[in-house]
Write a new protein. Structure first.
Lengths: 274, 208, 199
């Protein structure tokens, strides 16, 4: 009888997954989220920046990772604007500039922040790592002198202030990355040679491979996955979409583990029968 | 000379970067800044390569009436239609932004979200404790999966700490070894390219 | 609730989401074009109009020509010309690796050899020792040109194999969590933004 646990129709798994996630969204349980050391380290590093410091946000993500990374950017922007930091965004991924514009507008309105003065969206520029290196010598070289929509960088106060991607003009880098090019490019071509501290905000799948750099201190902390975004929201006292998704994520994970256990019970039962 | 001259271009452009980075005189000359700009400009003008290739392939499907050829017509219409739209009104223009927010965003994100189903079905079917190695892999996966979600700590106090230990020690150790190995490999390949031993990019049979 | 369901933006998004959920769209042409329109505005037009024409940086014509040479790969008799821009890009990339990678790699190596005593707690000391063992044994596993059968290297490499198993298990667990989260996001859109059922 237990052998049949190995052959459950996959449509049952799909249906249960949808039901469990939907129910958890409609009736949240409110599982407590403990703040981890890596998120705390990143938060403290940014919190220690004096007002007026420049926070460079690498928008190396696409709409496909919206669920995990949009809350990260929003939590980060809330924290940055609370601390009166200047924010400059640059994207090596084509959709990054557009996504930043979409996310910064409501947060900037909440804190009365102005584009060009308190934040600047350089947007997407082709060239990946070479664009970063070009901006180390001169922002205008890497950005062709214009922002995401073709407006001259020199026409805004923040564009005039941040002349180069060096420690003299930029105080901290956060790279919100969904893959490559992303954190490794910033670490290798900007953070290490120019000695600008940085921290990544990456999707869950990248967390294991980024851990060595956190341990070595090359990253000053890390925001990892939706859990990292939820932890950051708690620290920044800016509750958002990340916290809302944690229960569904938990129950979905538990369901998959349950099915793995069923499958193995079935496997062990059929093996002992033989 | 059709392969020798391009090889000289490869070696010279690589050596300029190395010279500019490691030698004070090289930094002063500022050659790398110039080449950075050349790289950015040249690669951005090559952006149409993808379009030309795509049009070639899909035009071939339409001409030959290959199965599903009408998908290729839709693709080419969208290719030139949306391309013209973003050139005419920039990506933040009203119609372009609407298409981005209400067609691209849900379509792209749902395609990636579909994998949740495939991965859960695959995990159920394939993850069996057949060997000791498979058991260790399964245990590590389950501990991290539940430990990184709040449910782990909710079920058993301290589950999250075990998951954190796995991430901080064995995971970091394993991935550090992979990083070091990959870095040494990339370094060796870079050396081979600058020594002219790698010729795959010249359309040859590859390494010498 | 009715107004939200019929809102053109939400409705289009919901139809696309549900359509993708029922069958995979094989190509995503709209995304590709987005990239080309964006590069035109954010780089090509400013380079030609502002840099070359307005500011007179005529030296940029050389990289423009270099970039355009790559299209000769579609002309069979002249495709050797496309080797020049490719050679420049490959050589430049190789130079970058040699120039910048060592500085990033070194901290990875010397942060493996941490003091095995004197940390804040005994637990941290044990973890430092275990980390060292994990890195060295996993590296030994990747020595494929050394005889391992019955040798000391072989036993160390066997330990490394287990370390990598654990690391890959952790990676798989993280991947599953990631994919679930992406689907949770789509459900939040359908139930919240479209049907208005979430608070």
């Amino acid at each position: 009888m237990f052998e049949r646990l190995q052959t459950i129709d996959r449509r049952i798994i799909y249906l249960l997954l949808i039901l469990v996630i939907a129910l958890a969204l409609l009736k949240p349980i409110g599982l407590p989220v403990k703040v981890g050391d890596n998120t705390k380290a990143m938060f403290n590093a940014i919190d220690a920046l004096p007002p007026g410091s420049v926070l460079w946000i690498g928008m190396d993500l696409g709409v496909s990772t919206k669920a995990e990374q949009y809350p990260m950017v929003t939590a980060l922007l809330n924290h940055a604007f609370q601390k009166n930091l200047k924010v400059v965004a640059f994207a090596m991924w084509t959709q990054g500039g557009q996504i930043f514009q979409q996310l910064v507008t409501p947060v900037a309105k909440k804190y009365n922040k102005q584009e060009g003065v308190d934040y600047l969206n350089i947007g997407y520029k082709p060239g990946n790592e070479m664009a970063l290196r070009a901006m180390v010598s001169d922002i205008n070289t890497g950005a062709a002198g214009v922002d995401q929509n073709g407006k001259p960088l020199s026409s805004s106060p923040l564009g005039q202030q941040v002349k180069k991607l060096t420690a003299e003009y930029v105080n901290f880098i956060v790279d919100v990355a969904a893959g490559d090019p992303g954190t490794t490019a910033y670490l290798q071509y900007v953070s290490t040679p120019e000695k600008i501290p940085m921290a990544p905000a990456v999707v869950n799948v990248s967390v294991p491979s980024e851990m060595p750099y956190v341990q070595s201190g090359q990253y000053k902390g890390m925001m990892g996955g939706l859990r990292g975004a939820a932890e950051y929201e708690i620290l920044a006292k800016a509750p958002g979409a990340a916290a809302a998704g944690m229960d569904s994520q938990s129950l979905g994970a538990a369901l998959i583990v349950l099915f793995i256990i069923f499958g193995n019970i079935g496997y062990l039962a059929s093996r002992s029968k033989k | 000379m059709r392969k020798e001259l391009p090889m000289i271009v490869t070696v010279v452009s690589g050596l300029v970067v190395v010279f500019s980075r490691y030698f004070h005189y090289g930094m002063q000359l500022g050659l790398m800044d110039t080449l950075d700009k050349w790289y950015l400009v040249s690669s951005s003008f090559a952006i149409l390569l993808g379009i030309v290739n795509m049009v070639k392939i899909h035009w071939g499907y339409i001409r030959r009436r290959k199965e599903g050829w009408w998908n290729s017509i839709v693709l080419l219409l969208c290719l030139f239609g949306y391309g013209a739209l973003t050139i005419q009104q920039t990506v933040d223009g009203p119609q372009a932004a609407w298409i981005f927010n209400n067609v691209i965003t849900p379509g792209d994100s749902t395609m990636f979200a579909l994998i949740a189903f495939f991965i859960s079905s695959a995990a159920y079917r394939a993850f069996r404790v057949r060997t000791k190695e498979a058991t260790v892999l399964l245990l590590a996966a389950v501990i991290v999966l539940l430990g990184k979600a709040p449910i782990g700590d909710a079920m058993i106090n301290g589950w999250g700490n075990v998951a954190d230990w796995i991430m901080n020690v064995p995971n970091t150790g394993g991935f550090r070894a992979i990083i070091i190995g990959a870095a040494i490999g990339a370094f060796a390949t870079g050396f081979r390219i600058l020594l002219g031993l790698e010729r795959a990019h010249l359309g040859g049979t590859g390494a010498k | 609730m009715g107004a939200k369901i019929l809102d053109p933006a939400n409705l289009t998004g919901a139809i696309i989401t549900l359509a993708v959920l029922t069958f995979l769209i094989k190509d995503n042409p709209v995304f590709d074009l987005f990239q080309h329109g964006l590069t035109y505005h954010s780089y090509i037009r400013p380079t030609i109009v502002d840099d070359i024409i307005k500011k007179g940086h005529y030296s940029y014509i050389i990289p423009v020509i270099l970039g355009l040479l790559v299209y000769f790969m579609f002309v069979p008799s002249l495709n050797w010309i496309a080797r020049y821009p490719m050679s420049f890009w490959v050589g430049y990339g190789a130079g970058y690796i040699l120039a910048f990678q060592p500085a990033t790699l070194m901290p990875q190596i010397y942060n493996t050899f941490i003091k095995f005593y004197g940390a804040a707690t005994v637990g941290k000391d044990i973890n430092n020792i275990l980390l060292f063992v994990a890195v060295v044994s996993a590296l030994a596993y990747f020595f494929f040109t050394v005889r391992k059968q019955g040798t000391a290297v072989g036993y160390v490499a066997e330990t490394g194999r287990w370390v990598i198993m654990i690391a890959l298990g952790a990676a798989f667990g993280s991947t599953v969590l990631y994919r679930i989260t992406l689907f949770v996001g789509r459900m939040q859109f359908l139930l919240g933004d479209w049907l208005g059922l979430l608070k």
